[in-house]
Design a protein around this ligand. Structure first.
Ligand SMILES: Nc1nc2c(c(=O)[nH]1)N[C@H]1C(S)=C(S)[C@@H](COP(=O)(O)OP(=O)(O)OC[C@H]3O[C@@H](n4cnc5c(=O)[nH]c(N)nc54)[C@H](O)[C@@H]3O)O[C@H]1N2
Ligand SMILES: Nc1nc2c(c(=O)[nH]1)N[C@H]1C(S)=C(S)[C@@H](COP(=O)(O)OP(=O)(O)OC[C@H]3O[C@@H](n4cnc5c(=O)[nH]c(N)nc54)[C@H](O)[C@@H]3O)O[C@H]1N2
Ligand code: SF4
Ligand SMILES: [Mo]
Length: 756
C-alpha cells in the first residue's frame, strides 16, 4: 500500500504559507490521525490564486522533521539535554537573575530574527519581551536587511513603516535594483507569484529593466539587464534624477504637487551626479543612463523598486531615499501603476484615521557603548553585537535572548559573533532547531511547528500590492505539554520583569490587551473612541479569543475595514476572516496622500537635510575598485530560505548549492576552474568555496549565497550537515555600516580570490 492510499484525507484546511513574504494560500489535506496528506496551492486564495513555490509544500516535512525540537533543552556539561518546561523556566530565571545581580539590566540584550516577521505570536508578543528587558540593547535582523527603508520612509513620509510598494499589477514600466523576485518571491512588496505579475506587465506592453551585477533569472525574464558595479547604485539613481532635472522632465504631478516639499533642494543635491560621473563609477554608460531617464519620464506609469542588493550597502539609506525621490519626480508617487501605499486591515497608526502631520521620525535616542552608533527605529545595529559582548566595561552585554534568529550565519563577521556568544554568561534561544546560534544557548525553548499555530501576516500584508486579509487557525493540534510560541514569549517577558517563575501567561496577555484597548477608547480617531473597555472585553471573551488572535481581532476591528465591535456589522474581524478561508480582497491600492503623511510639515519631504548631507559624501567614498580586488555580492536560491530550511532533503537535493560564482574572464585571470576550490579572503576572514564559472555575473564580481556553513559542532541538523556549504558572513565586515540606518554592508565586499 502506498502512503497516499493509506492516508485518507478527512479534512481540508486553508492557510497562508509563512515561509517568505509572498503569503501564498495553501490547501492542506489532513487524515484522521492528524497527519498531513498533501499541501498544494489554494486555487481560490484571493491573492495567490493557486501559486506555490517548492518551499510551500515542505511545511509537511518541516513539521515531521525529527531534528525539529519538541522539548526544551538545557546545556549541561557542554551538552544539550531535554528537560521539562518547569525545569527550563527555572534555569531561565536563575540565569537571568544571576546576570542582573552581577551587572544590572544593561547587561541584557535581545536579538529578533526574520521568522518573527512571519509569525503572529512574535508580532504580538515580542514587544512584551522587549519592554520587560529593561535595557536598550535591542538588535534584530532588520539591520542586516531593510533598515534603510524604515529610515527613508521615516524622514520622507513620517513613520518608519510608511514604505511605498511598486504597484506592479498596474505599472507600464518596472525598474528594479538589487532584487531577484524569481528567487525570493519579492520583498517589501508582498505579491504572490511575482514572476507571473512580471509577465503580465510585459503582456500588457510594458517594460522591465533589472539593475544587478548578476544576470539573475529575474534579469533573464526582463527586457533589459544593466550589470552595475556593486555598491554604486546610489550614483546611478542620483544621475537619473539629475538627468530628469537637466532635461526639464522632472515633474511630481498635479496629484501630489501641493503635498511635496524639497524639489529644489533635491535638484541641488544630485547636481554633481551627471551620467558621465555615473558611467565612470557604475559601469553603465552615460547614453544608457540618459535613455533610462527618458523612458521613465515617457512611460504612462512607472515604478522604481530596490531591495536587498541596494539596502545592504554603504549608502543603503541614500539609495532607498533616491529611489522614492525618483518615483516622485517622475510623477509616480501615490499614483496607480507607480509607488503606492497599502491600506492594510490590521494596520499601523497611519491606517486608523487621524490627520496628516505628526512628530516625525528621529534617530539617536541612545547610542551603542563601544562605537557610539545611534539607535535607529528602537534598536542598535546588529553589526555591533559582537563587540558589545566582547568589549569589557560598564554596560557590557553578558546575557542574550535570541528570538527566532540565527545571527551566527546571518550577520557580518560571523566568526567574531560566534566567539562572542561563547563568551556570554547566559543565553536563551527560542528556536525550532539546535543550530549554529542556539547551540550557544544555555536554554533552548522550542515553539510548535508552523502548522500548529494561528496565522495572520500582520507585517507583510502592510506592504502588499493589493489590500487583502487572510487569517488561518492552527491546522494541527499541539502535542501534550507543548507551549505555544506566544505563551513562551509571554512567560519569558513575565520572568524578565519579575524574576519569578510563577508569573502567569494569561496575566501578561490581559495586561497587553488592557493597555491596547485603553489607548484606543481614548483616541478620538479610533472607531471605538469613547467605548467601554469592559464591554469590548466581554465580546472578546464571548468569542473565546485570547493570545495573539485576540490582539489581532482588536487590530482588525479597529482598522480601516473594521467591525468596530458592533458599530459596523459588515466590517472585518477574526470571525469574518474565519468565514472567508480564502481571504478577503479589499481591492487594488488607492492613493493615500496626504492622509498617510506624518512628517512635522505634513508634506512629503523630498530632500531631508540629513540625507543630502550623506549624499555629499558619496563621491569621496565610492571609488573605482582596485584591480587586485573582486567585489563579493550575495544571492538567494528559490529552494533555500536564509539559514534554516537546509534540513529539508526535498529542497537540498539537486541543484541547490553553495558555490562561488566567478565570471569566465576572472577565472582565467586567476587560474580558477569550475568545480575546484578557491580561497576567498576579506579584511575580517577567509574561507574556501567551490568555484562555479558562469557568465551570469559581471567581471570583477563574485557571489556566494548566505545562510550556509552547517559544519559546526553541537548542532542537531543531520540533513544540513551532509551538505554544509560555507558561511559567507565570515567575509562580511562588522565595521562597515550604512551610517544613516546602522544597516550592515553585506554586498560589494572587497575580497581576494586564489586558486588552491
Ligand atoms: N551575507 C548576507 N547575509 C545576510 C543576507 C544577505 O543577503 N547576505 N540577508 C539578511 C536578511 S535579509 C535576513 S532577513 C537575515 C536573516 O537572519 P536571521 O533571522 O538571524 O536568520 P534566519 O536564517 O532567518 O534564521 C531564523 C532562525 O529562526 C528559527 N525559526 C524558524 N522558524 C521559527 C519559528 O517559527 N519560531 C522560532 N522561534 N524560530 C524559528 C530558525 O531555526 C533559525 O534559527 O539574514 C541576513 N543575512
Ligand atoms: N527562496 C528564498 N526566498 C527568500 C529568502 C531566501 O533566503 N530564499 N529570503 C527572504 C528575505 S529574508 C528577504 S529580505 C528577501 C530578499 O529578496 P530580494 O531583495 O529579492 O533578495 P535577493 O534574491 O538576494 O536579490 C538581491 C539581488 O541583489 C543583487 N545585488 C547584490 N549587490 C548589489 C548591488 O550593489 N547593486 C545591485 N543593483 N544589485 C546587487 C544580487 O546579485 C541579487 O540578485 O527574500 C525573501 N525570500
Ligand atoms: S513563494 Fe513564499 S509564501 Fe509562496 S509557497 Fe513559496 S515560500 Fe511559501
Ligand atoms: Mo530579510
Amino acid at each position: 500500500m502506498t502512503e497516499a492510499t493509506r492516508r485518507i484525507p478527512v479534512r481540508t484546511a486553508y492557510r497562508t504559507c509563512p515561509l517568505c513574504e509572498a503569503t501564498c494560500g495553501l490547501e492542506i489535506t489532513v487524515d484522521a490521525d492528524d497527519q498531513i496528506v498533501r499541501i498544494r496551492g489554494d486555487q481560490d486564495d484571493v491573492f495567490s490564486k493557486g501559486f506555490i513555490c517548492p518551499k510551500g509544500s515542505t511545511l509537511k516535512q518541516l513539521h515531521e522533521d525529527p531534528d525539529r525540537l519538541r522539548r526544551p533543552l538545557v546545556k549541561r556539561g557542554g551538552r544539550h539535554v531535554e528537560v521539562s518546561w518547569d525545569e527550563a523556566w527555572q534555569v531561565v530565571r536563575d540565569g537571568l537573575a544571576s546576570v542582573i545581580d552581577a551587572h544590572g539590566r544593561s547587561a541584557l540584550a535581545v536579538y529578533m530574527g526574520n521568522p518573527g516577521a512571519h509569525n503572529l505570536a512574535s508580532m504580538t508578543f515580542n514587544r512584551a519581551v522587549n519592554l520587560a528587558l529593561g535595557s536598550f540593547n535591542r538588535f534584530s535582523a532588520s539591520t542586516v536587511d531593510q533598515m534603510p527603508k524604515h529610515v527613508a520612509g521615516g524622514f520622507m513620509f513620517g513613520t518608519g513603516i510608511t514604505i511605498p510598494v511598486p504597484d506592479i499589477d498596474h505599472t507600464d514600466y518596472l525598474l528594479m535594483f538589487g532584487a531577484n523576485p524569481h528567487a525570493s518571491n519579492g520583498s517589501l512588496c508582498t505579491a504572490p507569484d511575482f514572476p507571473g505579475r512580471m509577465r503580465a506587465i510585459q503582456e500588457r506592453g510594458g517594460k522591465i529593466v533589472v539593475v544587478d551585477p548578476r544576470r539573475t533569472k529575474t534579469a533573464d525574464a526582463s527586457d533589459e539587464w544593466l550589470p552595475i558595479i556593486p555598491g554604486t547604485d546610489v550614483v546611478f539613481v542620483a544621475a537619473l534624477i539629475n538627468e530628469l532635472f537637466a532635461t526639464g522632465a522632472a515633474d511630481v504631478g498635479a496629484h501630489v504637487r501641493s503635498h511635496v516639499v524639497g524639489v529644489d533642494e533635491l535638484k541641488s543635491a544630485v547636481a554633481p551626479f551627471t551620467p558621465e560621473v555615473a558611467a565612470e563609477l557604475c559601469g553603465i554608460d552615460a547614453a544608457t543612463c540618459r535613455r533610462i531617464a527618458a523612458e521613465l519620464a515617457a512611460a504612462p506609469t512607472a515604478a522604481v523598486y530596490g531591495r536587498i542588493g541596494v539596502n545592504t550597502v554603504e549608502f543603503g539609506t541614500a539609495t532607498a531615499w533616491l529611489i522614492d525621490a525618483l518615483n516622485t519626480i517622475t510623477g509616480n508617487l501615490d499614483k496607480r501603476g507607480g509607488a503606492m501605499f497599502t491600506l492594510p486591515a490590521a494596520g499601523p497608526v497611519t491606517s486608523v484615521g487621524g490627520k496628516p502631520g505628526g512628530s516625525g521620525f528621529t534617530i539617536g535616542k541612545g547610542h551603542t557603548r563601544v562605537r557610539q552608533y545611534p539607535e535607529v527605529f528602537g534598536e542598535y545595529p546588529v553589526a555591533a553585537l559582537g563587540e558589545e559582548i566582547l568589549t569589557p566595561g560598564v554596560g557590557q552585554i553578558r546575557a542574550l535572548i535570541s528570538l527566532a534568529g540565527n545571527p551566527v550565519l546571518s550577520t557580518p563577521n560571523s566568526e567574531q559573533l560566534d566567539k562572542a556568544l561563547d563568551d556570554l554568561e547566559f543565553m536563551v534561544s527560542v528556536d525550532i532547531y539546535l543550530n549554529e546560534t542556539s547551540r550557544h544557548a544555555d536554554v533552548v525553548l522550542p515553539p510548535p511547528s508552523q502548522l500548529q499555530r494561528d496565522h495572520y501576516d500582520i507585517s507583510l500584508l502592510r506592504l502588499a500590492v493589493r489590500n487583502v486579509a487572510n487569517y488561518s487557525p492552527a491546522v494541527l493540534p499541539m502535542e501534550d505539554g507543548q507551549w505555544d510560541e506566544w505563551e513562551i514569549l509571554a512567560k519569558l517577558a513575565g520572568i524578565l520583569q519579575t524574576l519569578d517563575t510563577s508569573v502567569s501567561v494569561g496575566d501578561v496577555d490581559d495586561l497587553a490587551v488592557a493597555e491596547m484597548l485603553g489607548g484606543l477608547v481614548k483616541n478620538s480617531s479610533s472607531n471605538i473612541f469613547g467605548r467601554d473597555v469592559d464591554e469590548i472585553l466581554g465580546q472578546l471573551a464571548a468569542e473565546g479569543l485570547r493570545g495573539p488572535t485576540r490582539i489581532l481581532d482588536i487590530m482588525l476591528q479597529t482598522g480601516p475595514y473594521g467591525a468596530a465591535y458592533g458599530s459596523n456589522p459588515s466590517g472585518v474581524s477574526v470571525r469574518a476572516l474565519l468565514d472567508a478561508p480564502h481571504g478577503i480582497d479589499f481591492g487594488a491600492l488607492e492613493p493615500r496622500i496626504p492622509e498617510i503623511l506624518r512628517t512635522p510639515s505634513a508634506k512629503v519631504e523630498l530632500c531631508p537635510p540629513l540625507f543630502a548631507e550623506n549624499l555629499s559624501k558619496v563621491l569621496a567614498r565610492v571609488k573605482k575598485n582596485s584591480d587586485d580586488k573582486l567585489l563579493l555580492v550575495g544571492r538567494r536560491h528559490l529552494k533555500s530560505n536564509n539559514s534554516w530550511m537546509h534540513n529539508m532533503k526535498v529542497l537540498t537535493k539537486g541543484s541547490l548549492s553553495c558555490t562561488l560564482q566567478v565570471h569566465p574572464d576572472d577565472a582565467v585571470r586567476l587560474g580558477l576552474s569550475h568545480g575546484s576550490p578557491a580561497r576567498v579572503t576579506s579584511r575580517v576572514g577567509s574561507l574556501v568555496a567551490p568555484v562555479e564559472v558562469t557568465d551570469a555575473i559581471r567581471t570583477g564580481v563574485v557571489s556566494l549565497p548566505h545562510g550556509w556553513g552547517h559544519n559546526v559542532r553541537g548542532t542537531k541538523l543531520s540533513v544540513a550537515a551532509e551538505k554544509p556549504g560555507v558561511n559567507s558572513n565570515i567575509l562580511t565586515d562588522d565595521e562597515r555600516i550604512d551610517e544613516l540606518s546602522g544597516n550592515a554592508v553585506l554586498n560589494a565586499i572587497p575580497v581576494t580570490v586564489q586558486s588552491l
